[in-house]
Design a protein around this ligand. Structure first.
Ligand SMILES: [Cu+2]
Length: 151
């Protein structure tokens, strides 16, 4: 019994207190040659007790990276640029097709499935997250079409 309690304690003890945003399942949508914009998606988890704010992004592989949200107005999806994205304390925000997404402008290399893209995410407190995202083929039927307009 004593040993069991020690084991349970060991397996539930976090390795270290979570102090940072955790970014998972990040990827860039494959884009056909000639298309000058695509989108990136991911899940951003905030395990801390303070709200976190993403305020800017950059990538060596694109001219510019913006945060967009998608509003449905009269049945038409319209993208709106966000100046910051809040990740509330103890919760997560999913960036998904048709919702909040990163808009990647003017790729500097081909966006074939399997390629890797680098991305830097900056928080308001100057915490920097360096990511490497795979380019993935989008499932047929996933509507990324509206990304081709508005810009
Ligand atoms: Cu967009």
């Amino acid at each position: 019994m004593y040993r069991l309690i020690i084991l349970l304690f060991f397996f539930t003890l976090p390795l270290q207190a979570a102090t940072q945003l955790e970014i998972a399942d990040a990827y860039v949508a494959e884009a056909p040659p000639g298309l000058d914009v695509t989108a990136a998606y991911m899940t951003i988890n905030n395990p801390t007790s303070a709200d976190k704010y993403i305020v800017s992004l950059r990538s060596d592989d694109f001219d510019a990276v913006e945060m967009h949200t998608t509003d449905i107005e009269g049945g038409i999806a319209k993208m709106r640029k966000l100046d910051r994205l809040v990740i509330p304390a103890n919760s997560s925000v999913s960036l998904t097709p048709g919702g909040i997404h990163l808009m990647l402008h003017k790729p500097k290399k081909r966006l074939h499935a399997g390629e890797l893209i680098t991305l830097e995410i900056n928080e308001a407190d100057h915490t920097l997250h360096g990511l490497v995202l795979p380019v993935k083929k989008m499932r047929p039927g996933t509507d990324t079409h509206h990304h081709h307009h508005h810009h």
